[in-house]
Design a protein around this ligand. Structure first.
Ligand code: 5GP
Length: 113
């Protein structure tokens, strides 16, 4: 099983500003924020990327999205926000433990780069 910096955050081996935790997921602030609110939501299960998730992960993937919604409410992002899931090299993924970016508290341009 591969180990990543996010696995170390789950195990509390390196510090992170954790804003949410339950049995399946963890939410923490991105160390290099791209918006005033930039939170990463990850499964505790080490799925490397979306393209490696399978049918057994259906409920977990839904749980992650609803967790983003909960955290957005917690962060008072009533005007809206963006959820990003970078996948693989062309997707710009740099940490190979599946994660959702929650970005908010500023207007976000479209299309992304
Ligand atoms: P990706 O490019 O894979 O979609 O996103 C990885 C994200 O993880 C980046 O936004 C990066 O700033 C963030 N990141 C990388 N290392 C750390 C870390 O040690 N702690 C935290 N909180 N975020 C990290």
């Amino acid at each position: 099983m591969s180990d990543t910096i996010f696995a170390k955050i789950i195990r509390r081996e390196i510090p992170a500003d954790i804003v949410y935790e339950d049995d399946l997921a963890l939410g923490f602030r991105d160390v290099n924020p791209q918006a005033p609110v930039h939170i990463l939501v990850i499964p505790k299960k080490p799925i490397p990327m979306l393209s490696e998730a399978d049918d057994a992960d259906q409920a977990l993937l839904g749980h992650l999205l609803l967790t983003v919604k909960k955290i957005a409410q917690q962060e008072n992002l009533a005007k809206g926000y963006r959820v990003v899931l970078n996948t693989g090299e062309d997707g710009g993924q740099t940490v190979f433990h599946l994660h959702l970016h929650l970005l908010g508290d500023r207007p976000l341009a479209w299309p992304p780069g």
